[in-house]
Design a protein around this ligand. Structure first.
Ligand code: AHR
Length: 635
């Protein structure tokens, strides 16, 4: 096949073209990215002792003849209502165990930071012994902490593990007789991302950093909306001292067929400050999304009357001050007090997640009016509903165009064929309408939104074909992100996901590899690549897009072959080249159904090779079912 490349720039490829959509789903925050190992550290779950037990007698009880544990309602109406009260009857070494998030992942030789608050009013509990124990109950790390203070006091101690264990737990044994009150029992690895105390799991953040994402959208998804308005995500509750952040049930608690997660609560230890900080670490634009006065329309769909939206809009105004305001402003001061006097330079806010219909448009209009008056510098992202083609999207686009909306967020969880067929989705899109944020997408292997869906190579290949279409339309498509981002293998509600993890390991899926390939080769100017005068949108199974990369001065050709046969292509570079050697980064798999797994994580991973060419003309054979990026240095 003879291809024609024309280096005249068509559009700028935005630095935000490939980014990350983070949602606290599938234990992605607590139990995942947020490195806290203790589940229900502050005893605020609906069942206040969930996650804690007295293992010697009964795995579900905290009581035996040596002692009992209860929670006390310590201070009604505050955000941290409950404390633990332990009554030890005799010296039989009463103990409590925290099970972690499907266990605790502990690494040999690593240091763990334990901290807790305790009050010892009678002074009769002399000390506590804290141990990390393996799945069989054998200690793999131990420390003793004298509980010397009668009044509330924060104790901190470190433990070093002598063994690696995926399903460890934290055992606390009380020595003495009498009463001890405790709260905020916390255990973190010392080795978090950037060694922050309230830190994130380093291996997971590293995978995100390797994507070189242009943006980080947070904190979700449906969790922004909440099943009810009372359960919506409220960013102000996620700031400040950890013990002042209220715990809340997750929108994803006991969701889906598997019902694996009745213990899904949000500690908000990973809150808005930490999200902004993560975006900064990743060099990504922070894109917070706020509730727009509608609870999840898949659940209650509860609505705030349009005339009563003020507090919701005020939240957006305050967020702008929190992110960008001076340290003299009230919310800017909160940011500074948390350790970041410099502004976060937020440029975007999402108004509502995946809301639809006239109810959304009516509410967006009110947000837009106020925010554009007060903060014209902030780009507003509007929603358009779920899984969409057809009428729902058309309606949103029509109405949002009338409102001069800037960017519309579209979500598509579709089958493999849809992704291949939709490489042309934006070819005829209205160039005078709002720009596009392809904010959530993933090809579904079995059925749309089924828990049986796999991260097969076939799905990743279809996404790659689709992405060439997003890129060819970079003048309108300005932000894109796969969804969901990550899932715990023992506690998930949704599949497929871009990254899977257990307590010790992370797994980059085939879909991750495709995202990374495009994101790290996005280029800066879109140029054209055609066959017989037409873009490649599936003819002979081939899809393509091309860009030049200005800082590197290179030509980048992205070629997706969805066919079972190899395809031979040839093109001439219409400009002097620096060297007649192309670097080819290639992704492929043995079978369409191949997947990366913990046992075999590198089945689908990039391979790089170099290929010489002559007279500016390169011939390349795209293997069956493959994605290739051909990079040519220009002079
Ligand atoms: O990504 C999972 C869910 O899909 C998101 O929470 C929601 O926005 C969409 O319906």
């Amino acid at each position: 096949l003879k291809l024609d490349v024309n280096l005249t720039p068509i559009a700028k490829i935005q630095p935000t073209m490939y980014g990350i959509f983070f949602e606290d789903i599938n234990f992605a925050a607590d139990g995942g990215l947020y490195a806290e190992l203790v589940k229900n550290r502050s005893f605020e779950f609906e069942q206040p002792l969930m996650g804690w037990s007295q293992p010697a007698t009964d795995p579900y009880s905290t009581n035996d003849d040596s002692g009992i544990a209860n929670t006390l309602n310590f201070a009604e109406n505050t955000t941290n209502k409950n404390v633990l009260r332990v009554n030890v009857f005799n010296d039989k070494n009463y103990s409590l165990v925290n099970e972690g998030f499907r266990g605790m992942g502990i690494h040999k030789g690593e240091t763990y930071r334990l901290s807790f608050y305790a009050a010892n009013p009678e002074g009769t509990i002399k000390r506590v012994v804290a141990q990390l124990v393996d799945a069989k109950g054998k200690a793999i790390a131990s420390t003793t902490i004298p509980t010397t203070h009668k009044d509330w006091h924060k104790y901190s101690q470190t433990l070093v593990a002598n063994t690696t264990e995926e399903k460890a737990s934290l055992k606390i044994t009380f020595e003495g007789k009498g009463t001890l009150d405790m709260d905020m029992i916390s255990l973190f690895p010392k080795n978090t991302w950037k060694e922050r105390e309230n830190g994130l799991r380093k291996d997971l953040v590293q995978l995100l950093a390797d994507l070189k994402p242009g943006f980080l959208r947070f904190p979700g998804g449906c969790i922004i909306e909440g099943r009810t308005l009372a359960q919506r995500y409220q960013w102000k509750n996620t700031l400040g001292q950890l013990d002042n952040r209220p715990t809340m049930i997750s929108r994803w608690n006991t969701e889906f067929k598997h019902k694996l997660t009745p213990d899904y609560f949000q500690s908000f230890g990973l809150g808005f400050y930490e999200y902004f900080q993560l975006a900064e670490d990743l060099g990504a634009e922070p894109i917070p999304v706020l509730n727009c006065g509608i609870a999840c329309q898949f659940n209650s769909g509860e609505l705030v009357p349009v005339s009563e939206l003020d507090p919701y809009i005020q939240d957006a105004i305050d967020l702008i001050e929190f992110a960008n305001g001076t340290t003299q402003s009230p919310w800017g001061k909160v940011r500074a007090d948390m350790g970041h006097p410099e502004p976060f330079n937020m440029k975007y806010i999402g108004i509502g997640n995946e809301q639809w219909g006239p109810q959304y448009i009516e509410r967006f209009k009110v947000f837009q009016k106020v925010l554009k008056e007060k903060h014209p510098e902030i780009i507003l992202i509007s929603g358009s509903g779920p899984f969409a083609d057809g009428q729902m999207f058309d309606y949103a686009h029509r109405e949002l165009k009338k409102l001069n909306a800037e960017i519309i967020d579209e979500h598509y969880y579709r089958d493999i064929a849809w992704f291949k067929n939709n490489a042309t989705r934006y070819d005829n899109y209205d160039r005078n309408g709002p720009k596009i944020f392809a904010g959530e997408y993933a090809a579904q292997s079995v059925a749309v939104v089924s828990p049986e869906n796999k991260n097969s190579w076939e799905t990743a290949l279809a996404e790659a074909a689709f992405i060439t279409g997003l890129e060819r339309n970079a003048d309108v498509v300005q932000l894109t992100s796969y969804a969901p981002l990550m899932a715990h293998t023992g506690a998930w509600q949704w599949s497929p996901n871009m990254i899977w993890f257990n307590n010790l390991q992370v797994l980059a899926t085939a879909n991750y590899q495709v995202q990374k390939l495009f994101s790290t080769h996005k280029g800066s100017e879109l140029v054209s690549i055609t066959h017989a005068g037409k873009p490649l949108t599936g003819q002979n199974g081939l899809y393509a897009s091309a860009a030049t990369d200005q800082p590197e001065n290179a030509l980048l050709i992205k070629l997706v072959n969805t066919d079972a046969d190899a395809r031979h292509i040839q093109f001439t570079v219409p400009a002097p080249v620096k060297k007649s050697i192309a670097t080819i980064t290639y992704l492929g798999a043995k079978h369409l159904l191949s997947e990366n797994s913990f046992a075999s994580p590198d089945q689908i991973k990039p391979e790089i090779h170099r290929q010489g060419f002559k007279n500016n003309t390169l011939t390349y054979t795209a293997p069956p079912h493959s994605v290739s990026v051909i990079s040519i240095p220009l002079n």
